[in-house]
Design a protein around this ligand. Structure first.
Ligand code: NAD
Ligand code: MG
Length: 330
């Protein structure tokens, strides 16, 4: 295993959704031989064919692949492994995941002859593709769970490089660290935390009698401008761009809203992730046909901020061009 080894694995990508499409296109543009594995007649088959890929049923597609990337939804991966991959992966192949959940929580127990690795871009698929196309990349983290060939780490670095991740940064992690931090981030801060913060702020203003349109611009629209500053230069850069009044308000009111009790509950969320409670509940919900998931999803879609948001975004015509672009790419 030397970093000068040049590997050129024949790659099969199973799944052509958010990550699958971006990985397949980037790796092909980086010079790899890429096949796509999908259920015949499935929802993304036509898209993969339109993008010029050879699409085969998963069992067929993985048979002669040196490296198989499992990019289906997490909750179907165990069954996919047991029904299809276990029996059809080539001896000594590399099995790659973009999220460690199934392996870390023992839902998939990979064959011993395989290399088992993780390459997780720290961004949604549309961005993984868009950044690559403009000559940049999304940072990637990688891990090795099983190294049968002695080259598992090199395979992970080769794949991450092919995605464009090396242009940004590549960091070594473990399946445990990737799985637990990824779940925590999306639950407490990025998706769950941010959307609940925005909804609560909107409700507070509207319930106090302010116009929903003004509340929308205040707590949702402007958030992008703030996050762009975080992204470019951290909290320091945001503070440089906001007024003294905004800074003083930030200092005295931020910790009133996000106080020690919020942090204590973040620790509870992390504990549930670490001890397997979250994944157990999620699997039970999935196996029951997603009854609560669908209810929660509908409640988010029905929230008053979505209605006023749709009306206000319709006036920003450039947004529609962007959205259509991303839909075509996603
Ligand atoms: P997705 O839902 O966007 O796409 C899933 C794809 O798998 C679709 O093409 C679907 O048709 C196909 N599929 C579903 N069931 C299948 C089956 N039984 N056999 C074959 N194909 C099947 O999924 P995604 O969001 O890209 O997630 C894929 C993986 O990437 C997950 O492990 C996820 O945790 C990880 N990940 C996702 C993101 C993200 O931004 N979405 C970021 C990092 C990592
Ligand atoms: Mg995730």
């Amino acid at each position: 295993m030397t970093s000068s080894t040049s590997l050129q694995p024949k790659i099969t990508i199973v799944g052509y959704g958010s990550q699958g499409r971006a990985h397949a296109l980037n790796l092909r543009d980086s010079g790899f031989d890429v096949t796509v594995g999908l259920r015949p007649g499935g929802p993304t088959e036509a898209k993969a064919q339109a993008d010029g890929f050879v699409v085969k049923a998963p069992a067929e597609a993985v048979k002669d692949a040196d490296l198989v990337a499992v990019l289906t939804p997490d909750m179907v991966q165990q069954k996919l492994y047991e029904d299809v991959l276990h029996a059809n992966l080539k001896q000594g192949a590399v099995l790659l995941f973009a999220h460690g959940l199934n392996v870390h929580f023992d839902m998939i127990k990979p064959r011993e002859d395989l290399d088992v690795i993780l390459v997780a871009p720290k961004g949604p698929g549309a961005l993984v593709r868009r950044e690559y196309e403009i000559g940049r990349g999304v940072p990637c983290i990688y891990a090795v769970y099983q190294d049968k060939s002695g080259q598992a780490e090199q395979f992970a670095l080769t794949y991450a490089g092919g995605l464009g991740g090396a242009r940004a940064n590549i960091i070594k992690t473990t399946f445990k660290e990737e799985t637990e931090t990824d779940l925590f981030g999306e639950q407490a801060v990025l998706c769950g935390g941010a959307s609940s913060l925005v909804q609560a702020g909107f409700e507070t203003l509207v319930e106090a009698g302010y116009q929903p349109e003004i509340a929308y611009y205040e707590v949702l629209h402007e958030l992008k401008l703030i996050v762009d500053l975080f992204y470019e230069g951290g909290v320091t850069r945001m503070l440089e761009f906001i007024s003294e009044t905004a800074q003083y308000g930030d200092f005295v009111s931020g910790p009133r809203v996000i106080d020690a009790s919020v942090k204590a509950r973040m620790k509870d969320v992390l504990t549930d992730i670490q001890n397997g409670t979250f994944v157990r509940n999620w699997k039970a919900e999935y196996d029951a046909g997603l009854p609560n998931y669908k209810k929660f999803q509908q409640a988010d879609k029905d929230h008053a901020i979505e209605k006023v948001g749709a009306e206000l975004r319709a006036k920003m015509v450039w947004l529609q061009a962007n959205t259509q672009n991303d839909a075509a790419k996603a």
